[in-house]
Structures are given as C-alpha cells and as structure tokens.
Design a protein around this ligand. Structure first.
Ligand code: ATP
Ligand code: MG
Length: 421
C-alpha cells in the first residue's frame, strides 16, 4: 500500500516523459501561433465554483469530485476540469474590461473519482483552450481548427470530428418536453441516475454510458429539430466556417456533452482505436457560464483534450516519439588529480551547453567504461596520470570503438563538432 500509487493515478517515469514533452511542445507552439496565451490556475478551487460552473446535475458534481474541508473549514475541490477556473480568473481579474476576445490555453491535472480503466483515470491531464468574449461562430471554428491542427500534427490516425448544437435555454425548453414525452414510457427501465435526470435534465440521458439506457436513447428526438432561429443560423454559420477551413466533420445530434453550461456548439474528436474511452477531445460553447459564476454576460467557447488518451491514440497510430539525445561524453578519471581536472572540464563543457557526465559511484576504470556504454555516451574521455603529464586525454569514440589522444584545450571542439579528427 505504502509503495503503491493511489488507484487511478499513474507515474510518468523518465523513460516515458519524452512523449509528454513532445506533445506539450507541439501544443504550446500551436496555441501561440493562434494567438492564445497560457493561464495557470490553482489545483483546487472553492467547491461552489464547480457546483455552479459545471452544474449540479452532472456526473462530475454528483459523484466524481474530490472535495474536502480544509483546516479553515472551507469546502475545497480538486479541479475536475479546467474551464471553470479559467472563467473564475477572467472574472476575478476583470479581464472582461480589456479588449476582447480573451484567448487562454492551459495544461492542467484533473481529478475525478471514476472507475479506473484504460483511458480513464482519477488523476488525468488535459490541454485546454478558452476564448471569452465572442458570440461569433468564427471563434468556435478557430477553437475546432486549433484542436484539428494539433491532432493532425501529433500524427493521430482514425479520428473523427463530430459536431452538434445543443441550442440555448429557449430551444432546450421545448426539446426538454419532447424528450420527457419520449422517455416517459421507458421510465421504469432507466438507470437510477437517469430517473433523476428525467426531471432535472433529460438531455443528459442521451449521454448515459449504461448500454440499456443507451439503447433506449437511440430513438430519442433530435435537438436539431428544436433549434430556434438564432441557434439554427449559428449552427449553419459554424459549418460554413469549417468548410472554408477545409475541416471534415459529421453532424451527430447525440453529442450533448456532460456539462450544464454548454450552449449552441458542441463537438468531440472521437476514435475507435483506443477502446471504449474514445473521446480524445471535447468542447463547445458556454455562453451561460460566466454569468452563472457571478460574472458579466460574457460568452465563451473552448475544449478539453485528454493527454493520456491522446498518447494512447498516438501509440496506436504508430507515431514514433523522438528520444532524448544521449550524453555527449562521460569523463572517466583515475586518481585524485585526474578527478579535479575532470571536474573542471565537466563544468566548462556544461557551461557551454554540452551534455556531459562523470561517474559518482566510485567505479574503477573498467566500470566507468562500461557505464559510458550504458549511457550511450558518444565519447569516453579518459584522464589518468599519463594524460595529465602529456596534456592529452585519451578519447574513445564509443560508436567507432576507435581511440585517439586529444589535447585538453581541443576537447570542447571535438565534443561540440562531435567528430573525431
Ligand atoms: P467521458 O465521456 O469519456 O467521461 P467527459 O465528457 O467526462 O468524457 P470532458 O469533461 O469533456 O470529458 O473532458 C475532456 C477530455 O478529458 C475527454 O474528452 C477525455 O479525453 C479526457 N478525460 C475525461 N475524463 C477522463 C478520465 N477520467 N481519465 C482520462 N481522461 C479523461
Ligand atoms: Mg466523464
């Protein structure tokens, strides 16, 4: 127990971290290219923020949050998603008074008490972006386009963009009645959560993961038949923008998303390559959120993208992740004087930007040479009494297995050029 990570969490060991660095760098580059800027928010927030901002009819708020009272008696929750925090910061720092839109990106850990399985963890990580301040469907298209570019640059295969409109409170009122009429005869067959959803938020039944409920929901009326004129125009605008950008999509009226604050645009990037947890990225518009958490009437649109699922899909797509470079050299020393000389060189080479190491285990010369091999170091630079006397190190090219003498003051040149002369 003591030496096992808590259920649903995962260590990322150095052997895997290059995969994370690879996608992190790509994500930052693409976001900056689109004019988004990074925001960092706390790992925890007041529980109420998520109750209001995510919505208390959602699975997240009803059963998945890590909430606790701190020593000051505040009710605190570990972030289950990133949007509510970004919106809170937007309001708190009065960003709405600045020129709009406001474009944020972030990488964050998220915490949800779920049943752990492949692609579903209790601590997972998201890349996310949010655009605040625009009601124009260009903003939605930009958000989708950024996700699309990012996924393409990551080299994922077999992923599909599905879009829908979940309407606004006025079209949803009529839709809600239609849904209740549809589900009423099946009420007794619904799972307990959906029985509750039937009254509180019947649209959520369409999102239910239980296969029985899912089968019932297949015949449910489509939101797209209930959109008001404004929402219908917006949806058609969005599609025109996506077409102009050359982004392929399918309209899927069953995409309703798990969160209460979504309005109009909802979208997901889905794949069948990584098992049941196939949604890699989900997002949409949330015009009601900022007002809901006590701010102005400021609209927003964004997405959350699960990094663990992205990496699973990249692996399934056969993407090769660039491995970090091995050491340029291991400095192999024999004797106290040689050690002092080696340390000087080590410092000089590192200051100049080379990746150079020295043994700290007290290995003998044979052991140090073996270690150079283990490290995959390009060169072993051997310094002993003779070398100190002659002012020349023995340099072993580990790849060519050849050996030569190189003056101390020419070593850097050799390592930097990475060529034997
Ligand atoms: P799902 O339907 O799979 O539960 P969700 O609708 O709850 O997803 P969002 O809240 O939209 O997910 O989160 C955005 C993305 O974060 C998801 O598309 C997914 O890639 C990732 N994600 C969500 N929950 C988890 C989890 N428990 N473990 C790993 N990744 C997750
Ligand atoms: Mg979920």
């Amino acid at each position: 127990m003591l030496t096992n990570a808590p259920r649903g969490t995962k260590d990322v060991l150095p052997q895997q971290i290059h995969k994370w660095h690879f996608v992190e760098k790509k994500f930052v580059r693409i976001c900056e290219r689109y004019g988004f800027r990074e925001i960092r928010t706390p790992v925890f927030e007041h529980t109420e923020l998520f109750q209001r901002g995510v919505g208390d009819t959602t699975d997240i708020v009803q059963k998945e949050m890590y909430s606790f009272n701190d020593h000051g008696g505040r009710n605190i929750t570990l972030k289950p998603e990133g949007t509510a925090s970004a919106a809170r910061a937007f309001v708190e720092h009065k960003i709405f008074a600045e020129t709009q839109p406001t474009k944020y990106y972030y990488e964050t850990a998220c915490y949800r008490y779920e049943k752990p399985q492949s692609g579903r963890l209790r601590e997972f990580h998201q890349f996310g972006i949010e655009t605040f301040g625009s009601r124009n469907m260009l903003a939605d298209a930009e958000v989708i386009s950024l996700a699309n570019d990012f996924l393409t640059e990551c080299g994922v295969k077999d992923i599909e963009l599905r879009i829908n409109s979940v309407g606004c409170p006025s079209c949803r009122a009529r839709y809600r009645e239609a849904l209740q009429d549809y589900f009423r005869p099946y009420y007794d067959q619904l799972c307990d959560t959906c029985k509750d959803r039937f009254e509180r938020n019947p649209m959520r039944i369409i999102d239910c993961k239980s296969p029985e409920d899912h089968a019932i929901a297949v015949g449910a009326p489509s939101i797209l038949d209930y959109l008001c004129e404004d929402c219908e125009n917006a949806f058609s605008d969005l599609q025109k923008n996506l077409q102009a950008l050359g982004i392929a999509y399918t309209v899927d009226p069953t995409i309703v998303r798990g969160l209460d604050y979504y309005t109009k645009t909802a979208f997901e990037f889905v794949t069948n390559q990584i098992g049941a947890q196939g949604t890699v990225c989900g997002g949409g518009r949330y015009d009601g959120l900022i007002r809901e958490i006590g701010g102005q009437d400021v609209p927003g649109v964004g997405f959350g993208l699960g990094i663990e699922r992205l990496l699973l899909l990249m692996e399934a797509s056969g993407v090769t992740f660039p491995e970090p470079a091995a050491s340029d050299a291991l400095i192999v020393v024999m004797g106290e004087e040689a050690k002092a000389c080696g340390l000087k060189l080590l410092k000089e080479f590192r200051d100049k930007g080379l990746k150079v190491e020295m043994d700290v285990m007290g290995r003998n010369i044979k052991g140090q040479m073996k270690y150079a091999d283990r490290l995959g170091a390009r060169y072993a630079i051997v310094i002993g009494e003779n070398e100190l006397a002659s002012g020349q190190a023995q340099v072993k090219d580990m790849q060519a297995s050849s050996q030569s003498q190189v003056a101390f003051d020419r070593l850097y040149e050799l390592l930097a050029g990475k060529e034997m002369n």
